[in-house]
Design a protein around this ligand. Structure first.
Ligand code: WTA
Length: 581
Protein backbone atom coordinates (compact mmCIF):
# COMPACT_ATOMS: atom_id res chain seq x y z
CA UNK A 1 0.00 0.00 0.00
CA UNK A 2 1.39 3.43 -0.77
CA UNK A 3 0.44 7.02 -0.18
CA UNK A 4 1.83 10.14 -1.85
CA UNK A 5 2.39 13.42 -0.08
CA UNK A 6 -0.61 14.91 -1.90
CA UNK A 7 -2.88 12.09 -0.69
CA UNK A 8 -1.49 12.34 2.80
CA UNK A 9 -2.22 16.08 2.90
CA UNK A 10 -5.81 15.50 1.81
CA UNK A 11 -6.37 12.80 4.41
CA UNK A 12 -4.78 14.92 7.13
CA UNK A 13 -7.08 17.82 6.17
CA UNK A 14 -10.09 15.52 6.19
CA UNK A 15 -9.30 14.19 9.63
CA UNK A 16 -8.46 17.69 10.90
CA UNK A 17 -11.98 18.68 9.80
CA UNK A 18 -13.40 15.63 11.58
CA UNK A 19 -11.68 16.71 14.78
CA UNK A 20 -12.89 20.30 14.41
CA UNK A 21 -16.42 18.99 13.81
CA UNK A 22 -16.14 17.21 17.13
CA UNK A 23 -15.36 20.52 18.79
CA UNK A 24 -11.60 19.98 19.11
CA UNK A 25 -9.77 23.29 19.47
CA UNK A 26 -6.20 24.49 19.72
CA UNK A 27 -4.61 23.28 22.96
CA UNK A 28 -7.04 20.35 23.45
CA UNK A 29 -5.45 16.97 24.10
CA UNK A 30 -6.21 13.96 21.94
CA UNK A 31 -5.15 10.44 22.95
CA UNK A 32 -4.17 8.12 20.12
CA UNK A 33 -3.96 4.37 20.74
CA UNK A 34 -3.24 2.79 17.37
CA UNK A 35 -0.99 0.15 15.83
CA UNK A 36 1.53 1.03 13.11
CA UNK A 37 -0.94 2.03 10.42
CA UNK A 38 -1.20 5.10 8.21
CA UNK A 39 -4.10 6.44 10.26
CA UNK A 40 -1.71 6.90 13.16
CA UNK A 41 0.43 9.32 11.15
CA UNK A 42 -2.69 11.00 9.75
CA UNK A 43 -4.17 11.46 13.23
CA UNK A 44 -0.95 12.99 14.59
CA UNK A 45 -0.62 15.42 11.71
CA UNK A 46 -4.30 16.33 11.83
CA UNK A 47 -3.85 17.31 15.49
CA UNK A 48 -0.79 19.37 14.56
CA UNK A 49 -2.75 21.08 11.77
CA UNK A 50 -5.40 22.41 14.14
CA UNK A 51 -3.08 23.04 17.10
CA UNK A 52 -4.41 20.15 19.19
CA UNK A 53 -1.86 18.30 21.34
CA UNK A 54 -1.53 14.61 20.57
CA UNK A 55 -0.67 12.01 23.15
CA UNK A 56 0.19 8.76 21.40
CA UNK A 57 0.02 5.71 23.65
CA UNK A 58 1.93 2.63 22.46
CA UNK A 59 -0.58 -0.04 21.39
CA UNK A 60 1.29 -2.62 23.51
CA UNK A 61 0.32 -0.84 26.71
CA UNK A 62 -2.39 -2.20 28.98
CA UNK A 63 -5.80 -0.68 29.79
CA UNK A 64 -4.43 0.62 33.11
CA UNK A 65 -1.53 2.38 31.41
CA UNK A 66 -3.83 3.91 28.80
CA UNK A 67 -6.27 5.04 31.49
CA UNK A 68 -3.47 6.66 33.51
CA UNK A 69 -2.34 8.60 30.42
CA UNK A 70 -5.90 9.65 29.51
CA UNK A 71 -6.45 11.00 33.02
CA UNK A 72 -3.09 12.74 33.22
CA UNK A 73 -3.54 14.75 30.04
CA UNK A 74 -7.33 15.15 30.37
CA UNK A 75 -7.92 14.41 26.70
CA UNK A 76 -11.19 15.17 24.97
CA UNK A 77 -11.34 12.10 22.77
CA UNK A 78 -9.64 8.82 22.02
CA UNK A 79 -8.66 7.41 18.63
CA UNK A 80 -8.16 3.66 18.43
CA UNK A 81 -8.67 0.69 16.10
CA UNK A 82 -10.81 -2.44 16.09
CA UNK A 83 -7.98 -4.97 16.33
CA UNK A 84 -4.66 -5.91 14.78
CA UNK A 85 -2.19 -8.73 14.46
CA UNK A 86 1.19 -8.63 16.11
CA UNK A 87 2.95 -11.46 14.29
CA UNK A 88 0.39 -14.24 14.60
CA UNK A 89 -1.10 -12.86 17.78
CA UNK A 90 -4.44 -11.10 17.65
CA UNK A 91 -4.75 -7.95 19.76
CA UNK A 92 -8.31 -6.84 20.36
CA UNK A 93 -7.39 -3.21 20.79
CA UNK A 94 -10.92 -1.85 21.03
CA UNK A 95 -11.65 -4.10 23.96
CA UNK A 96 -8.56 -2.87 25.82
CA UNK A 97 -9.46 0.73 24.96
CA UNK A 98 -12.97 0.17 26.30
CA UNK A 99 -11.58 -1.16 29.57
CA UNK A 100 -9.43 1.94 29.85
CA UNK A 101 -12.40 4.21 29.13
CA UNK A 102 -14.48 2.43 31.75
CA UNK A 103 -11.71 2.83 34.32
CA UNK A 104 -11.36 6.49 33.47
CA UNK A 105 -15.13 6.95 33.81
CA UNK A 106 -15.02 5.22 37.21
CA UNK A 107 -12.39 7.74 38.24
CA UNK A 108 -14.72 10.61 37.34
CA UNK A 109 -13.41 11.37 33.86
CA UNK A 110 -15.87 10.12 31.23
CA UNK A 111 -14.89 10.64 27.58
CA UNK A 112 -17.64 11.44 25.11
CA UNK A 113 -16.17 10.09 21.89
CA UNK A 114 -14.04 7.22 20.69
CA UNK A 115 -13.08 7.20 17.01
CA UNK A 116 -12.32 3.68 15.81
CA UNK A 117 -10.30 2.83 12.71
CA UNK A 118 -11.70 -0.23 11.00
CA UNK A 119 -8.34 -1.91 10.48
CA UNK A 120 -8.69 -5.66 10.78
CA UNK A 121 -12.21 -5.41 9.46
CA UNK A 122 -11.34 -3.31 6.44
CA UNK A 123 -11.09 -4.78 2.99
CA UNK A 124 -7.82 -6.57 2.93
CA UNK A 125 -5.21 -4.67 0.99
CA UNK A 126 -2.12 -6.41 -0.19
CA UNK A 127 1.31 -4.86 0.02
CA UNK A 128 1.92 -4.08 -3.61
CA UNK A 129 5.65 -3.51 -3.91
CA UNK A 130 4.87 -0.37 -5.89
CA UNK A 131 7.46 1.58 -4.02
CA UNK A 132 10.23 -0.06 -5.94
CA UNK A 133 8.97 1.44 -9.21
CA UNK A 134 10.98 4.21 -10.74
CA UNK A 135 11.08 7.13 -10.85
CA UNK A 136 10.39 7.11 -7.13
CA UNK A 137 7.52 9.28 -6.07
CA UNK A 138 7.80 10.96 -2.74
CA UNK A 139 5.69 8.86 -0.52
CA UNK A 140 5.24 6.88 2.57
CA UNK A 141 4.91 3.16 1.95
CA UNK A 142 3.15 1.02 4.45
CA UNK A 143 4.13 -2.58 4.55
CA UNK A 144 1.02 -4.23 5.83
CA UNK A 145 1.15 -7.09 8.24
CA UNK A 146 1.52 -10.33 6.32
CA UNK A 147 -1.85 -11.99 6.39
CA UNK A 148 -2.21 -15.65 7.10
CA UNK A 149 -2.93 -17.41 3.85
CA UNK A 150 -5.85 -19.46 5.02
CA UNK A 151 -8.59 -17.11 6.03
CA UNK A 152 -10.14 -19.83 8.16
CA UNK A 153 -7.08 -19.62 10.40
CA UNK A 154 -7.76 -15.98 11.17
CA UNK A 155 -9.79 -14.97 14.12
CA UNK A 156 -12.34 -12.27 13.66
CA UNK A 157 -12.92 -10.79 17.06
CA UNK A 158 -16.22 -9.36 18.11
CA UNK A 159 -15.73 -5.63 18.46
CA UNK A 160 -17.50 -4.19 21.51
CA UNK A 161 -19.55 -1.18 20.42
CA UNK A 162 -21.45 1.58 22.18
CA UNK A 163 -23.32 3.64 19.57
CA UNK A 164 -23.56 6.67 21.88
CA UNK A 165 -19.82 6.86 22.11
CA UNK A 166 -18.14 4.92 19.31
CA UNK A 167 -17.88 6.01 15.73
CA UNK A 168 -15.99 4.52 12.79
CA UNK A 169 -13.10 6.56 11.42
CA UNK A 170 -14.03 5.61 7.87
CA UNK A 171 -17.62 6.88 8.24
CA UNK A 172 -16.42 10.24 9.49
CA UNK A 173 -13.78 10.59 6.79
CA UNK A 174 -16.10 9.87 3.90
CA UNK A 175 -18.09 13.05 4.49
CA UNK A 176 -15.19 15.36 5.37
CA UNK A 177 -13.71 18.05 3.13
CA UNK A 178 -10.14 17.60 1.89
CA UNK A 179 -9.32 21.20 2.58
CA UNK A 180 -8.64 22.55 6.03
CA UNK A 181 -7.23 25.93 6.94
CA UNK A 182 -4.38 25.32 9.40
CA UNK A 183 -4.43 26.89 12.83
CA UNK A 184 -1.65 29.45 13.13
CA UNK A 185 0.65 28.48 15.96
CA UNK A 186 3.50 30.13 17.79
CA UNK A 187 6.80 28.27 17.68
CA UNK A 188 6.49 27.70 21.44
CA UNK A 189 2.92 26.33 21.28
CA UNK A 190 2.54 22.72 22.39
CA UNK A 191 2.83 20.00 19.73
CA UNK A 192 2.59 16.78 21.69
CA UNK A 193 2.87 14.97 24.98
CA UNK A 194 4.63 11.62 25.11
CA UNK A 195 4.77 9.64 28.32
CA UNK A 196 8.03 8.12 29.48
CA UNK A 197 8.79 6.18 32.65
CA UNK A 198 9.70 8.23 35.67
CA UNK A 199 11.67 7.06 38.67
CA UNK A 200 8.74 7.85 40.98
CA UNK A 201 6.73 5.15 39.23
CA UNK A 202 4.27 7.55 37.62
CA UNK A 203 4.87 8.15 33.90
CA UNK A 204 6.02 11.65 33.00
CA UNK A 205 4.28 13.58 30.25
CA UNK A 206 7.18 14.98 28.24
CA UNK A 207 5.98 18.04 26.35
CA UNK A 208 7.45 19.14 23.03
CA UNK A 209 6.65 22.31 21.14
CA UNK A 210 6.01 23.13 17.50
CA UNK A 211 9.05 25.10 16.32
CA UNK A 212 12.07 23.78 18.16
CA UNK A 213 11.08 20.14 18.07
CA UNK A 214 10.24 20.04 14.38
CA UNK A 215 13.36 21.94 13.44
CA UNK A 216 15.51 19.59 15.48
CA UNK A 217 13.82 16.40 14.21
CA UNK A 218 14.11 17.59 10.61
CA UNK A 219 17.73 18.75 10.84
CA UNK A 220 19.03 15.74 12.73
CA UNK A 221 17.22 13.39 10.32
CA UNK A 222 18.78 15.11 7.33
CA UNK A 223 22.36 15.09 8.60
CA UNK A 224 22.53 11.94 10.68
CA UNK A 225 21.12 9.76 7.89
CA UNK A 226 22.65 11.97 5.20
CA UNK A 227 19.22 11.95 3.60
CA UNK A 228 19.29 12.44 -0.19
CA UNK A 229 16.25 12.82 -2.49
CA UNK A 230 16.68 9.37 -4.05
CA UNK A 231 16.85 7.59 -0.68
CA UNK A 232 14.29 5.14 0.66
CA UNK A 233 14.34 5.31 4.43
CA UNK A 234 13.02 2.81 6.95
CA UNK A 235 12.86 3.13 10.72
CA UNK A 236 11.53 0.00 12.47
CA UNK A 237 10.58 1.71 15.74
CA UNK A 238 6.98 1.96 16.85
CA UNK A 239 5.45 5.43 16.61
CA UNK A 240 4.29 4.92 20.20
CA UNK A 241 7.86 5.78 21.24
CA UNK A 242 9.83 8.95 20.63
CA UNK A 243 11.94 7.33 17.88
CA UNK A 244 8.79 6.87 15.82
CA UNK A 245 7.60 10.42 16.53
CA UNK A 246 10.88 12.03 15.47
CA UNK A 247 12.17 9.61 12.87
CA UNK A 248 9.04 8.20 11.25
CA UNK A 249 6.52 11.01 11.48
CA UNK A 250 8.14 14.41 11.85
CA UNK A 251 11.79 14.22 10.68
CA UNK A 252 11.33 12.27 7.42
CA UNK A 253 8.07 13.96 6.43
CA UNK A 254 9.50 17.43 7.03
CA UNK A 255 12.26 16.47 4.60
CA UNK A 256 9.86 15.11 1.97
CA UNK A 257 11.46 11.69 2.38
CA UNK A 258 10.27 8.44 0.83
CA UNK A 259 9.85 6.21 3.80
CA UNK A 260 8.56 2.77 4.76
CA UNK A 261 6.03 2.24 7.56
CA UNK A 262 6.06 -1.34 8.81
CA UNK A 263 3.21 -2.90 10.74
CA UNK A 264 4.76 -6.30 11.43
CA UNK A 265 7.51 -7.71 13.64
CA UNK A 266 11.08 -8.72 12.67
CA UNK A 267 10.55 -12.45 13.13
CA UNK A 268 7.21 -13.00 11.42
CA UNK A 269 6.63 -14.93 9.24
CA UNK A 270 10.38 -15.64 9.56
CA UNK A 271 13.65 -14.10 10.67
CA UNK A 272 14.29 -12.78 7.17
CA UNK A 273 11.38 -10.30 7.23
CA UNK A 274 13.47 -7.16 7.69
CA UNK A 275 15.90 -8.06 4.98
CA UNK A 276 13.17 -9.06 2.57
CA UNK A 277 11.52 -5.65 3.03
CA UNK A 278 14.84 -3.91 2.53
CA UNK A 279 15.19 -5.74 -0.76
CA UNK A 280 11.57 -5.25 -1.76
CA UNK A 281 11.59 -1.46 -1.33
CA UNK A 282 15.32 -1.01 -2.03
CA UNK A 283 15.81 0.65 1.34
CA UNK A 284 18.96 2.80 1.50
CA UNK A 285 18.86 4.10 5.08
CA UNK A 286 17.84 1.70 7.82
CA UNK A 287 17.29 2.52 11.50
CA UNK A 288 16.64 -0.12 14.16
CA UNK A 289 17.41 -1.06 17.77
CA UNK A 290 20.16 -3.19 19.37
CA UNK A 291 17.55 -5.56 20.78
CA UNK A 292 16.30 -6.37 17.26
CA UNK A 293 19.87 -6.80 16.04
CA UNK A 294 20.69 -9.21 18.87
CA UNK A 295 17.51 -11.17 18.24
CA UNK A 296 18.24 -11.54 14.54
CA UNK A 297 21.91 -12.25 15.17
CA UNK A 298 20.79 -15.27 17.15
CA UNK A 299 19.00 -16.60 14.05
CA UNK A 300 22.31 -16.73 12.21
CA UNK A 301 23.53 -15.25 8.93
CA UNK A 302 21.48 -17.38 6.60
CA UNK A 303 18.14 -15.44 6.80
CA UNK A 304 20.10 -12.23 6.17
CA UNK A 305 22.14 -13.53 3.27
CA UNK A 306 19.07 -14.94 1.55
CA UNK A 307 18.07 -11.38 0.67
CA UNK A 308 19.99 -8.70 -1.15
CA UNK A 309 21.02 -5.71 0.94
CA UNK A 310 22.80 -4.02 -1.95
CA UNK A 311 20.63 -0.91 -1.70
CA UNK A 312 21.73 -0.16 1.88
CA UNK A 313 23.97 2.84 2.47
CA UNK A 314 23.65 3.82 6.14
CA UNK A 315 22.63 1.75 9.18
CA UNK A 316 21.44 3.27 12.41
CA UNK A 317 20.79 2.10 15.95
CA UNK A 318 19.03 3.63 18.93
CA UNK A 319 17.51 2.82 22.28
CA UNK A 320 20.28 1.34 24.40
CA UNK A 321 24.01 0.78 24.39
CA UNK A 322 24.94 -1.57 21.58
CA UNK A 323 27.45 -4.22 22.56
CA UNK A 324 30.46 -4.39 20.20
CA UNK A 325 29.58 -7.97 19.17
CA UNK A 326 26.15 -6.90 17.89
CA UNK A 327 27.65 -3.76 16.33
CA UNK A 328 30.20 -5.85 14.40
CA UNK A 329 27.54 -8.30 13.21
CA UNK A 330 25.37 -5.41 12.00
CA UNK A 331 28.38 -3.90 10.25
CA UNK A 332 29.81 -7.07 8.72
CA UNK A 333 26.79 -9.25 7.98
CA UNK A 334 23.98 -6.75 7.36
CA UNK A 335 26.00 -3.89 5.90
CA UNK A 336 28.70 -6.03 4.26
CA UNK A 337 31.34 -3.68 5.71
CA UNK A 338 30.13 -1.04 3.29
CA UNK A 339 27.68 0.97 5.39
CA UNK A 340 28.63 3.32 8.18
CA UNK A 341 26.71 2.77 11.42
CA UNK A 342 25.19 5.72 13.23
CA UNK A 343 24.84 4.81 16.91
CA UNK A 344 22.50 7.58 18.01
CA UNK A 345 22.20 8.42 21.70
CA UNK A 346 19.20 10.52 22.69
CA UNK A 347 16.04 10.49 24.82
CA UNK A 348 12.31 11.21 24.71
CA UNK A 349 13.21 14.40 26.51
CA UNK A 350 15.81 15.55 23.96
CA UNK A 351 13.47 15.26 20.96
CA UNK A 352 16.27 14.17 18.64
CA UNK A 353 19.82 12.84 18.39
CA UNK A 354 22.35 14.20 20.87
CA UNK A 355 25.49 12.08 20.48
CA UNK A 356 25.96 10.45 17.11
CA UNK A 357 28.42 9.88 14.33
CA UNK A 358 27.79 11.59 10.98
CA UNK A 359 27.90 8.80 8.40
CA UNK A 360 31.19 8.43 6.55
CA UNK A 361 32.49 11.59 8.21
CA UNK A 362 33.06 10.38 11.78
CA UNK A 363 35.53 7.51 12.27
CA UNK A 364 33.54 4.88 14.17
CA UNK A 365 34.32 2.83 17.25
CA UNK A 366 31.98 -0.14 17.81
CA UNK A 367 29.79 0.61 20.84
CA UNK A 368 30.45 4.35 21.04
CA UNK A 369 27.89 7.02 20.13
CA UNK A 370 31.04 9.06 19.30
CA UNK A 371 30.53 12.86 19.39
CA UNK A 372 27.84 15.52 19.95
CA UNK A 373 25.50 16.62 17.16
CA UNK A 374 25.64 20.27 16.01
CA UNK A 375 24.95 22.66 18.85
CA UNK A 376 25.08 20.01 21.57
CA UNK A 377 27.59 20.57 24.39
CA UNK A 378 28.01 17.51 26.61
CA UNK A 379 30.00 17.27 29.82
CA UNK A 380 30.82 14.54 32.31
CA UNK A 381 30.33 15.37 35.98
CA UNK A 382 31.36 13.69 39.20
CA UNK A 383 29.07 13.23 42.17
CA UNK A 384 30.10 16.57 43.67
CA UNK A 385 29.14 18.46 40.56
CA UNK A 386 32.58 19.08 39.09
CA UNK A 387 33.07 18.87 35.35
CA UNK A 388 35.64 16.25 34.47
CA UNK A 389 38.12 16.89 31.66
CA UNK A 390 39.84 14.43 29.31
CA UNK A 391 39.49 10.72 29.94
CA UNK A 392 36.73 10.39 32.53
CA UNK A 393 33.62 8.56 33.66
CA UNK A 394 30.58 9.99 35.42
CA UNK A 395 27.16 11.57 34.84
CA UNK A 396 26.34 12.67 31.30
CA UNK A 397 24.93 16.20 31.25
CA UNK A 398 24.35 18.88 28.60
CA UNK A 399 25.61 22.39 29.18
CA UNK A 400 23.37 24.44 26.92
CA UNK A 401 19.87 24.05 25.49
CA UNK A 402 19.17 22.87 21.95
CA UNK A 403 16.03 23.43 19.85
CA UNK A 404 14.46 20.01 20.56
CA UNK A 405 14.74 20.04 24.34
CA UNK A 406 11.44 19.26 26.09
CA UNK A 407 9.81 22.37 27.50
CA UNK A 408 8.11 20.93 30.57
CA UNK A 409 6.43 17.88 32.07
CA UNK A 410 2.76 18.28 31.31
CA UNK A 411 1.02 19.75 34.34
CA UNK A 412 4.10 19.49 36.53
CA UNK A 413 6.74 22.08 35.80
CA UNK A 414 8.22 21.68 39.24
CA UNK A 415 8.93 17.99 38.68
CA UNK A 416 10.53 18.96 35.36
CA UNK A 417 12.94 21.28 37.16
CA UNK A 418 13.68 18.79 39.92
CA UNK A 419 14.21 15.79 37.64
CA UNK A 420 16.47 17.37 35.07
CA UNK A 421 18.06 20.49 36.55
CA UNK A 422 18.30 20.14 40.32
CA UNK A 423 21.17 17.70 40.76
CA UNK A 424 23.63 19.93 38.91
CA UNK A 425 22.22 23.47 38.70
CA UNK A 426 22.75 24.97 35.25
CA UNK A 427 23.02 21.59 33.51
CA UNK A 428 20.51 19.20 31.93
CA UNK A 429 20.97 15.78 33.57
CA UNK A 430 20.36 12.77 31.31
CA UNK A 431 20.28 10.09 34.03
CA UNK A 432 22.85 8.11 32.04
CA UNK A 433 26.41 7.23 32.95
CA UNK A 434 29.08 7.95 30.39
CA UNK A 435 32.80 7.49 29.76
CA UNK A 436 35.00 9.67 27.57
CA UNK A 437 38.06 7.91 26.17
CA UNK A 438 41.46 9.35 25.36
CA UNK A 439 40.32 10.26 21.84
CA UNK A 440 37.32 12.19 23.16
CA UNK A 441 34.74 9.54 22.16
CA UNK A 442 31.66 9.21 24.38
CA UNK A 443 30.54 5.75 25.56
CA UNK A 444 27.16 5.47 27.29
CA UNK A 445 27.43 3.07 30.21
CA UNK A 446 23.68 2.84 31.00
CA UNK A 447 21.16 4.39 33.36
CA UNK A 448 22.29 5.50 36.79
CA UNK A 449 18.87 6.19 38.25
CA UNK A 450 16.17 3.68 39.22
CA UNK A 451 15.35 2.97 35.62
CA UNK A 452 16.03 0.00 33.44
CA UNK A 453 16.07 -0.46 29.72
CA UNK A 454 14.25 -3.56 28.46
CA UNK A 455 14.61 -4.04 24.72
CA UNK A 456 15.20 -0.34 24.29
CA UNK A 457 12.20 0.66 26.40
CA UNK A 458 12.66 2.50 29.65
CA UNK A 459 10.83 1.19 32.68
CA UNK A 460 11.03 2.37 36.21
CA UNK A 461 11.62 -0.18 38.93
CA UNK A 462 9.13 1.73 41.09
CA UNK A 463 6.38 1.30 38.51
CA UNK A 464 6.88 -2.48 38.44
CA UNK A 465 7.10 -2.64 42.22
CA UNK A 466 3.81 -0.83 42.56
CA UNK A 467 2.20 -3.26 40.09
CA UNK A 468 3.45 -6.21 42.21
CA UNK A 469 2.20 -4.58 45.39
CA UNK A 470 -1.23 -4.40 43.78
CA UNK A 471 -1.48 -8.18 44.24
CA UNK A 472 -3.14 -9.16 47.49
CA UNK A 473 -0.43 -11.66 48.48
CA UNK A 474 2.52 -9.28 48.27
CA UNK A 475 3.62 -7.20 51.22
CA UNK A 476 6.89 -5.85 49.85
CA UNK A 477 8.55 -5.89 46.47
CA UNK A 478 11.91 -4.79 45.13
CA UNK A 479 12.78 -4.90 41.47
CA UNK A 480 16.25 -4.68 39.97
CA UNK A 481 17.63 -4.85 36.47
CA UNK A 482 19.44 -7.96 35.35
CA UNK A 483 21.52 -8.50 32.19
CA UNK A 484 19.71 -10.36 29.41
CA UNK A 485 21.34 -11.59 26.21
CA UNK A 486 18.58 -10.34 23.87
CA UNK A 487 16.66 -7.69 25.75
CA UNK A 488 19.77 -5.99 27.14
CA UNK A 489 18.21 -5.86 30.58
CA UNK A 490 15.31 -7.70 32.16
CA UNK A 491 13.38 -7.54 35.43
CA UNK A 492 14.42 -9.55 38.47
CA UNK A 493 11.84 -9.18 41.24
CA UNK A 494 12.08 -9.96 44.93
CA UNK A 495 8.77 -10.32 46.75
CA UNK A 496 7.88 -10.67 50.41
CA UNK A 497 4.48 -12.21 51.10
CA UNK A 498 1.74 -11.40 53.55
CA UNK A 499 1.03 -13.96 56.26
CA UNK A 500 -1.02 -16.91 55.08
CA UNK A 501 0.37 -16.95 51.54
CA UNK A 502 2.82 -19.49 50.13
CA UNK A 503 5.19 -18.86 47.29
CA UNK A 504 4.28 -21.26 44.48
CA UNK A 505 4.82 -21.40 40.74
CA UNK A 506 1.17 -20.45 40.42
CA UNK A 507 1.64 -17.33 42.47
CA UNK A 508 4.74 -16.37 40.46
CA UNK A 509 2.68 -16.71 37.26
CA UNK A 510 -0.10 -14.61 38.75
CA UNK A 511 2.39 -11.91 39.68
CA UNK A 512 3.79 -11.85 36.18
CA UNK A 513 0.28 -11.55 34.83
CA UNK A 514 -0.42 -8.75 37.24
CA UNK A 515 2.54 -6.73 35.93
CA UNK A 516 1.55 -7.42 32.31
CA UNK A 517 -1.95 -6.20 32.99
CA UNK A 518 -0.91 -3.12 34.91
CA UNK A 519 1.85 -1.97 32.58
CA UNK A 520 1.98 -4.10 29.44
CA UNK A 521 3.77 -7.15 28.01
CA UNK A 522 7.17 -5.42 27.75
CA UNK A 523 7.26 -5.19 31.54
CA UNK A 524 6.74 -8.94 32.13
CA UNK A 525 9.30 -10.02 34.76
CA UNK A 526 11.75 -12.75 33.82
CA UNK A 527 12.48 -13.74 37.42
CA UNK A 528 10.47 -13.65 40.61
CA UNK A 529 12.22 -14.69 43.79
CA UNK A 530 10.62 -15.15 47.18
CA UNK A 531 12.35 -13.11 49.88
CA UNK A 532 11.47 -13.79 53.56
CA UNK A 533 12.64 -10.19 54.07
CA UNK A 534 14.54 -7.58 52.09
CA UNK A 535 17.93 -6.09 53.02
CA UNK A 536 17.34 -2.63 54.45
CA UNK A 537 19.25 0.28 55.88
CA UNK A 538 18.51 1.62 59.31
CA UNK A 539 16.29 4.30 57.82
CA UNK A 540 14.23 1.52 56.25
CA UNK A 541 15.44 1.93 52.65
CA UNK A 542 15.63 -1.26 50.62
CA UNK A 543 19.18 -1.61 49.29
CA UNK A 544 18.61 -2.42 45.65
CA UNK A 545 22.35 -2.22 45.03
CA UNK A 546 22.75 -5.45 47.03
CA UNK A 547 19.73 -7.11 45.46
CA UNK A 548 21.24 -6.43 42.02
CA UNK A 549 24.37 -8.29 43.10
CA UNK A 550 22.34 -11.17 44.47
CA UNK A 551 20.44 -11.44 41.19
CA UNK A 552 23.76 -11.65 39.36
CA UNK A 553 25.31 -14.01 41.89
CA UNK A 554 28.09 -11.54 42.53
CA UNK A 555 29.34 -11.90 46.10
CA UNK A 556 31.48 -8.80 45.99
CA UNK A 557 28.99 -6.81 48.02
CA UNK A 558 31.09 -3.91 49.25
CA UNK A 559 30.04 -2.23 52.44
CA UNK A 560 27.08 -3.89 54.13
CA UNK A 561 27.59 -2.35 57.55
CA UNK A 562 24.60 -0.03 57.12
CA UNK A 563 22.17 -2.95 56.91
CA UNK A 564 19.87 -3.82 59.79
CA UNK A 565 19.44 -7.42 58.63
CA UNK A 566 22.65 -8.62 56.93
CA UNK A 567 21.70 -12.18 57.86
CA UNK A 568 19.11 -12.34 55.09
CA UNK A 569 21.73 -11.95 52.36
CA UNK A 570 23.03 -15.52 52.46
CA UNK A 571 19.57 -16.94 52.27
CA UNK A 572 18.72 -14.76 49.28
CA UNK A 573 21.87 -15.98 47.53
CA UNK A 574 20.89 -19.60 48.20
CA UNK A 575 17.38 -19.10 46.86
CA UNK A 576 18.39 -17.33 43.62
CA UNK A 577 16.37 -18.13 40.51
CA UNK A 578 18.91 -19.66 38.17
CA UNK A 579 16.45 -20.69 35.58
CA UNK A 580 13.51 -18.82 34.26
CA UNK A 581 10.28 -19.53 36.03
C1 WTA B 1 19.13 4.83 26.28
C2 WTA B 1 14.97 6.62 23.10
C3 WTA B 1 23.15 4.01 24.62
C4 WTA B 1 19.67 5.81 27.33
C5 WTA B 1 15.48 7.47 21.94
C6 WTA B 1 18.65 6.93 27.30
C7 WTA B 1 20.97 4.72 24.57
C8 WTA B 1 17.38 6.16 27.10
C9 WTA B 1 21.09 5.02 23.19
C10 WTA B 1 16.30 7.01 26.47
C11 WTA B 1 22.34 4.75 22.54
C12 WTA B 1 19.08 5.54 23.85
N1 WTA B 1 23.34 4.23 23.30
N2 WTA B 1 22.00 4.22 25.27
N3 WTA B 1 22.54 4.94 21.25
N4 WTA B 1 19.90 5.52 22.79
N5 WTA B 1 19.71 5.05 24.94
O1 WTA B 1 13.50 8.06 26.23
O2 WTA B 1 19.68 5.15 28.58
O3 WTA B 1 12.95 5.81 25.19
O4 WTA B 1 18.60 7.70 28.48
O5 WTA B 1 14.46 7.45 24.07
O6 WTA B 1 17.73 5.06 26.24
O7 WTA B 1 15.17 6.21 26.14
P1 WTA B 1 13.93 6.88 25.45
Amino acid sequence: MKITYGELLRKVCQFANVLRNHGVKKGDRISIYLPMILELVIAMLACARIGAIHSVVFAGFSADSLCERILDCGCSLLITADAFYRGDKLVNLKQIADEALQKSKDKGFPLKKCIVVKHLGREEVAADGACSQSPPLKRLCQDVQEKKTESSQRLHPKIPWDPRMDVWWQDLMSGASTECEPEWCDSEDELFILYTSGSTGKPKGVLHTVGGYMLYAATSFKYVFDYQPEDVYWCTADIGWITGHSYITYGPLANGATSVLFEGIPTYPDAGRMWSIIDKYKVTKFYTAPTAIRLLMKCGEEPVKKHSRKSLKVLGTVGEPINPEAWLWYYRVVGEERCPIVDTFWQTETGGHMLTPLPAATPMKPGSATFPFFGVVPAIMNESGEELEGEAEGYLVFKQPWPGIMRTLYGNHQQFETTYFKKFPGYYVTGDGCRRDKDGYYWITGRIDDMLNVSGHLLSTAEVESALLGHGAVSEAAVVSHPHPLKGECLYCFVTLKDGHDFTKNLADELKKQVREKIGPIATPDYIQYAPSLPKTRSGKITRRILRKIAQNDRDLGDISTLVNPGIINQLFNDRCDTKL
